[in-house]
Design a binder for this molecule. Sequence first.
Ligand SMILES: [Zn+2]
Length: 196
Amino acid sequence: MLDNSKKEAISHKNWFNKAFSKEEVEQLRQIGIECKADHNFFNFEILDIFGCITNRKLKKFETLYARFIDRYIALIPSFLRIYIDRDMLENDQYYAAWFFNRHSFFEVYKRALETPSWNGKHKVLWSPVLDIYTPKECYLYANKLFDMDDVFLEQAVAHWEKPRRGCRCALLTVRESSYKTRLSSGQYELWDKKST
Ligand SMILES: [Zn+2]
């Protein structure tokens, strides 16, 4: 069975080959943009497209740029599309980044669930980037450790319901051997169900 990143790589490659003519591929190559589907480090297509839509050189080629924006939007779950502000996608990196951060967050969870050997032995760590752009809602989850269950999912779905500019929450899976010491040192905290 193909893993998710391989599936994403294939669909990215198909899109890229269909979206651009030979001449356009050459134009893109000259500004350092190429299809990275075959690279070893290719992980999420949406992350790759994000790199392109924030590329200033690409922005100067309006029609090509628009195709990358269209693709970015196509990769966003349909229920979220009503919230998309195309102008902000093009001009506000913190807004645009929210969509791939959301994708990566849930993908980490999905991939963890699909690894049966992790069952019960791993937890997930909610890990927001904290700086002046971080919305206050993200602070609640800083270094909170969750079981992979509905309690977590409920918080995650609510937090990522609609775009929150500046939110760069990430999810990490952690082994028991590594979270135990961090829990006792206070670096991580278990999510307290009563506090919700
Ligand atoms: Zn957040």
